[in-house]
Design a protein around this ligand. Structure first.
Ligand SMILES: [Mn+2]
Length: 273
């Protein structure tokens, strides 16, 4: 058992098959914290409107969090776009769990960090909601389409040029620009709010980096990355990766020294480009 000051988790997506519940559960068992921040898309109510997937492990996670809230952890829940139904409860407290739209966390060293989920800075979900819904299904559709097309080409004896890999590559460039725009928009807001940094989620891209005067943290997700952010007792912040073997998380980015983060690209989502 490790005692730390704060834990920051986002994009757990309980209620979907994609959620890596076992890894999260192991992490929650290992770490005891004074503060627990749930930074949006915790329960994927949006996906559950289509199909409900709720195995016992997902229940256990909810129970575990509520138990922490009953005992010695102060829990803050910031609803995201996938659990926006919970925004109805903003301003309310459930025992030791507060539902808030955003929050400013002060670290043990006095750093002020704005916590937001981040969907309001996402051009795609805010301006074109249907686009993100489309994005959800389009990849699956493409894979099937690609398979069907190659089958047809083989049957007809013609060579085809359209490839899913090429298509994906072109879209990766767009994704990089999208991530960059998002990070800039979040950092700008943090700067206007006069805080030292910002912790968000939403785009599933775990990273710590300095953007102008602001330290930008993204806690990734519990779908692909399993990357919580941990504030140690002395105020040192770490973005960590919880390994599949359920060993203690290995450090992704030591963020104690804000000025030397040139290696962040190796660990964050940006390297996916
Ligand atoms: Mn989101």
């Amino acid at each position: 058992m490790k005692r730390v000051r704060s834990l920051f988790l986002s994009d757990i997506h309980l209620g979907t098959r994609a959620c890596q519940a076992d890894r999260l559960l192991a992490f929650l068992k290992e770490y005891e914290s004074e503060y627990l921040y749930l930074i949006g898309d915790i329960v994927d109510i949006w996906a559950m409107n289509r199909t409900v997937y709720w195995p016992p492990a997902h229940n256990t996670i909810v129970q575990k969090i509520l138990r922490k809230a009953r005992h010695h952890t102060k829990v803050f829940f910031i609803p995201g776009n996938h659990d926006e139904a919970m925004r109805e409860y903003i301003g309310m407290s459930f025992g030791s769990m507060d539902v808030v739209a955003d929050h400013v966390h002060v670290t043990a060293t006095g750093q002020r960090l704005l916590l937001v989920h981040g969907d309001e800075y996402d051009q795609v979900t805010t301006c074109h909601r249907w686009l993100s819904v489309l994005g959800d299904v389009s990849y699956t559709v493409l894979v099937h389409l690609n398979r069907a097309l190659s089958w047809m080409r083989r049957k007809l004896g013609v060579g085809g040029h359209w490839s899913l890999a090429d298509f994906a590559k072109r879209n990766v460039l767009k994704a990089v620009a999208y991530i960059g725009d998002f990070e800039q928009a979040v950092a700008r807001t943090a700067k206007h709010r006069g805080v030292d940094g910002v912790i968000c989620g939403h785009i599933h891209t775990p990273v710590v980096r300095q953007i102008d005067d602001v330290l930008y943290y993204n806690c990734g997700d519990w779908v692909d990355n399993c990357t919580p952010i941990v504030e140690n007792a002395n105020g040192r912040m770490e973005l960590v990766r919880s390994t599949p073997e359920l060993r203690l998380a290995s450090v992704v980015t030591p963020a104690a020294d804000m000025t030397s983060l040139p290696h962040q690209a190796e660990s964050g989502g940006r390297h996916r480009s």
